[in-house]
Design a binder for this molecule. Structure first.
Ligand code: HEC
Ligand code: HEC
Ligand code: HEC
Length: 459
């Protein structure tokens, strides 16, 4: 049986894994050359074609240092782009890779570390072994585990030499002595040791193994998608413990309130009706080609994917994007899990979809995707009589003020319900309350913004 602490801890991770990338910031564009990886066998040749969103180079150009050739550093630079490392390790207005990007969770904020080569501040004293252990096994040099907000469950697939090339590139850059704020999570989520339990159960450490029955391009695509691209971090649904489910790989999932659609051949929800060429265009530009009849693109990345395209995919060689597209086109259809049941009769389509987004972003980490809760930490909202009382006052107050006021009455002694009164306006609270009152078999009347305003006044 699962240790409850591990499960509760893992709900935090589910939150983290989604929240991380979406709040990432744009690094300062340096002057640089287009990627021209000096790649081994299956890797990409230099790509002269300018990508549309890649007008501004993102990372400083490679320069030879300490006996390492410029070609080696350039190879590492290219893989650093493929791994999207800068997105998380650069805060707004900060220097590249010096960290300090805050990932907000209801349990506190996690700050990304400084990964410039500054000794004592960044990773200057990481040996090759330390670096590999961090990215492939999620273990710090001092032996403690990392939060999987660092996507090591994907990076574990990456070959040693490729990761060390990234290290070589990072070490060729200017060190920064910036010290990110300390990460402080509320107990019990601050106990890193709990992560050992999670890693034992869910981390499948191991390098990518090519499939000899598939083409080189397919294997290259698989390697990028499963490894540095960490596509499954967002596109693969998670189990209750916040680990991605390998049997449902890439079948679509919620991330930070956005839906990352299925990347399998499923027709309705997935890429079944996309040509390989369309996928390639989307990866390079964030837009699928114009619809046959209209002018605008049929699909455009506007959410978390826009950043993935801008900071990472649009910087990659065409041959690598082709490889990714080829691999995705070869994923057997996986119908997305049925996240979207009928709109309940009490709600309009609009209030339903707004409620669903708010719920996924702010509530699902604790109360779970289907409102089923997670004993003994988070009560179920489905089938919960407090939620469906004819008078919605209790639900509204819980949302405005959090719970419990009195620890003796707490559902769980360890975790409290955060207050959302200062986070949301009256309409948003009403939308959320209406949403949870009408979903997952609940069948209570909607809540108006006026009802929320009236209770806000009182307390
Ligand atoms: C989705 C966000 C995200 C991405 C993408 C990401 N990281 Fe991180 N990384 C983190 C977080 C968060 C931590 C700290 C985890 C912790 O405190 O347990 C971290 C920690 C690290 C550490 C340990 C630093 C130390 O001082 O202990 C290294 C090294 C690192 N990342 C390198 C990389 C590299 C290289 C890449 C790209 C291949 C990368 N990261 C991509 C979020 C990210
Ligand atoms: C940080 C989370 C995240 C990561 C990492 C990510 N995606 Fe996405 N992806 C999304 C979201 C969310 C969408 C929905 C559109 C949007 O964000 O605007 C999306 C949309 C897409 C689409 C369009 C699908 C459709 O039906 O419209 C494709 C194709 C895609 N992603 C491929 C990839 C590939 C390939 C990778 C890895 C190299 C990847 N994504 C990594 C979050 C992510
Ligand atoms: C950090 C985890 C966490 C988050 C995030 C969270 N809740 Fe809660 N919620 C709790 C806990 C724990 C309780 C039980 C509090 C107690 O001890 O009475 C609770 C109680 C509730 C209750 C009262 C249930 C009852 O039986 O009295 C409602 C309604 C509720 N939450 C709705 C929400 C909604 C809607 C959101 C998103 C806006 C949300 N919660 C976000 C942890 C959370």
């Amino acid at each position: 049986m699962l240790d409850h602490r591990v499960v509760a801890f893992a709900t935090l991770l589910a939150w983290l894994c989604g929240a991380g990338a979406a709040t990432a910031s744009e690094p300062v564009p340096p002057t640089a050359v287009p990627p021209s990886p000096d790649a081994p066998a299956a890797a990409a040749p230099p790509d002269a074609e300018p990508a549309r969103t890649a007008a501004t180079p993102l990372l400083p150009p490679a320069r030879a240092y300490g006996g390492l050739s410029e070609a080696r550093i350039e190879y590492g630079r290219y893989l650093t782009l493929a791994g999207d490392c800068a997105a998380c390790h650069t805060r707004d207005g900060g220097k590249l890779f010096e960290g300090g990007l805050g990932i907000n969770t209801p349990f506190g904020t996690i700050y990304t570390p400084n990964i410039t080569p500054a000794t004592g501040y960044g990773i200057g004293d990481f040996s090759d072994k330390d670096f590999l252990r961090a990215l492939q096994h999620g273990i710090r040099p001092d032996g403690k585990p990392y939060y999987p907000a660092l996507p090591y469950p994907s990076y574990t697939k990456v070959r040693d030499d490729d990761l060390l090339a990234i290290k070589d590139y990072l070490f060729s850059l200017t060190p920064s002595r910036y010290v990110p704020p300390a990460t402080q999570l509320r107990w019990p989520f601050d106990m890193r040791d709990l992560l050992f339990g999670w890693q034992d159960l869910y981390l499948k450490a191991g390098r990518f193994e090519p499939d000899p029955n598939k083409s080189d391009a397919w294997n290259r695509g698989a390697y990028l998608v499963q490894g540095l691209g960490h596509c499954g971090t967002c596109h693969t649904p998670r189990n209750l413990a916040g680990a991605t489910k390998s049997e449902d790989a890439l079948s679509g999932a919620y991330v930070d309130g956005w839906y990352a659609p299925s990347l399998t051949e499923a027709l309705a929800d997935g890429l079944g009706d996309w040509s390989q060429e369309q996928i390639l265009t989307y990866l390079r530009t964030g837009e699928a080609p114009p619809a046959a009849s209209g002018d605008g693109p049929e699909t455009a990345a506007v959410g978390p994917m826009a950043e993935v395209v801008h900071q990472s995919l649009s910087r990659l060689a065409t041959s690598d994007l082709e490889a990714i597209a080829a691999y995705l086109k070869d994923q057997p259809p996986q119908a997305a899990p049925d996240y979207a049941p009928q709109v309940p009769p009490q709600l309009t389509e609009q209030s339903y979809s707004q409620g669903r987004k708010l719920y996924a972003t702010y509530c699902a980490a604790c109360h779970q995707n289907y409102g089923q809760g997670l004993a003994p930490y988070f009560p179920a909202l489905a089938g919960n009589e407090t939620v469906t009382l004819a008078e919605p006052d209790d639900v509204i107050k819980t949302l405005l003020l959090g719970a419990p006021a009195n620890p003796d009455e707490a559902y769980s002694p360890h975790v409290v319900m955060p207050s959302f009164g200062s986070v949301f306006n009256d309409q948003q609270i009403a939308t959320l309350a209406s949403y949870i009152r009408a979903n997952w078999g609940n069948d209570a009347s909607p809540v108006s913004a006026e009802a929320v305003a009236a209770l806000r006044g009182k307390r």
